[in-house]
Design a protein around this ligand. Structure first.
Ligand SMILES: Cc1ncc(COP(=O)(O)O)c(C=O)c1O
Length: 426
């Protein structure tokens, strides 16, 4: 702990918290903005100051100053207090990436012999880590369809310690019934972890539904400008402390400059998310009516399988819209190449629109059958709608859809949870 945030800023609304939560009015040097403290180590005036610092730590009290860069820095602390306030959690911990947040959490709470449940349709690296690495260290993982709560309960064994779900999921934007997951988990004394990267606390606050821990890739909407990598975990003080202890050893911490960018991005989170929500909805509605588009997945559409629960739980549905072009792999690529406005790349959640064909990006190393098994079709497009003017985004989509002669290709591939099943492998 470097500086105590001003208490009076904690009880305000989301937009105000995004700007002020976690901040002190009087910062070093009279600066309005938290200065970047570019140092790897912090020095002590004398031995008495060192011993006082160590005693505070030993007594479980928050130290009032820094010690070593791997244990945190002043900007990290402000970011952690701000995100904890936004998500309604007691504490937060920032990491060097979203994957660092997820992997450190799994490694903290799971040991050899334990089992956990991952819901289907999720970021590929989360799935790979669960099914490949965790198995190597003796932790087993079952993959269960998100939305099939009977299958979720049936997958629970006496060894099950944790349920991990994304909400909304990547890339089909499935939305979990969080109260239901929390109730099932409570009954079996199981920890719940929700990756709410696609929602951000602006749209969804899982802790309010009884979920224990929330993770975000802050690389996406929280940073919001496609210029940093970071991750965050939010929850109760005790569990966050346990993960911090492990991460202090693993060292997956964000550097002061990335944290400065994240802090700056967070201040406009509510403005940006309002725009992403508005643009996402408009783009999804446009695509749904276009004859060259097959199916569209966006929780704000009545046609989405989780529309009802999404409307109950979420304030808005974000900027990611997934859809299938009524064409084959080549036709879909030609459509993407004809787009002039979005960048083509693997990320999402920034002010700039980004588009990708998952079959050729995140799932390039899988063959068609392997992709089909996890629901990634050749004609799937994931469009992260930025904060540009929606009319321009739609005009660009319209011209690209017109220029590519799309022959309708019915796909028989099973999309995640089209039919309910539990599996234990990729
Ligand atoms: C839902 C989700 N969780 C986690 C991650 C990993 O985040 P990072 O790239 O910051 O490690 C991603 C990355 O795309 C993601 O989409």
């Amino acid at each position: 702990m470097f500086t105590q945030p001003d208490a009076d800023k904690q009880a305000t609304r989301f937009g105000t918290q995004a700007v002020h939560a976690g901040e002190t009015k009087h910062k070093p040097y009279g600066a309005l903005v938290m200065p970047i403290v570019q140092t790897s180590t912090y020095c002590f005036e004398d031995t008495a100051a060192l011993v006082a610092h160590m005693r505070r730590k030993e007594d479980g009290l928050e130290p009032v100053r820094g010690e070593y860069g791997r244990y945190g820095n002043p900007t990290q602390e402000v970011v952690e207090h701000k995100i904890a306030a936004l998500d309604g959690g007691e504490a937060a911990l920032v990491f060097s990436s979203g994957m660092a947040a997820l992997t450190a959490t799994l490694l903290t709470f799971l040991s050899a012999g334990d089992h956990y449940i991952l819901t289907e349709d999720c970021y590929r690296k989360t799935r790979q880590f669960s099914l490949e690495f965790m198995r190597r260290i003796g932790v087993s993982c079952s993959v269960v369809c998100l939305g099939d709560y009977e299958a979720l309960e049936a997958a629970i064994t006496p060894q099950t310690r944790l349920i991990l779900a994304e909400s909304p999921t990547n890339p089909y934007l499935r939305v979990a019934d969080l109260s239901r997951i929390a109730a099932i988990a409570r009954q079996h004394d199981i920890l719940t972890l929700i990756d709410a990267t696609f929602a951000t606390p602006y749209n969804l606050r899982p802790l309010e539904y009884g979920i224990d821990l929330v993770a975000h890739s802050a690389t996406k909407y929280l940073g919001g400008h496609n210029d940093l990598l970071a991750g965050v975990l939010v929850g109760d003080k005790e569990r966050i402390h346990a993960v911090r202890e492990l991460n202090n050893m693993m060292g997956a911490i964000a550097d002061p400059h990335a944290l400065y960018l994240l802090l700056r991005g967070l201040k406009t989170l509510s403005l940006r998310m309002a725009r992403h929500n508005e643009n996402g909805q408009r783009v999804a509605e446009f695509l749904e009516t276009h004859p060259a588009v097959g199916r569209v997945w966006y929780p704000g559409l009545a046609s989405h399988p989780d529309h009802a629960i999404a409307v109950q739980q979420m304030k808005g549905f974000g900027g990611v819209v997934s859809f299938e072009i009524a064409a084959d792999m080549g036709g879909t690529s030609r459509f993407i190449d004809a787009l002039t406005l979005p960048y083509m790349g693997p990320s999402l959640g920034g002010v700039e629109s980004i588009v990708e064909q998952p079959a050729l990006m995140s799932h390039f190393t899988l063959d068609e059958a392997e992709r089909a098994a996890i629901g990634i079709t050749s004609q799937l497009v994931r469009y992260s709608v930025g904060i540009e003017d929606a009319d321009d985004i739609i005009a660009d989509l319209a011209q690209a859809l017109e220029r590519v002669p799309c022959a309708r290709q019915a796909t028989t591939a099973r999309r995640p949870c089209d039919s309910a099943s539990a599996s234990t492998g990729e």
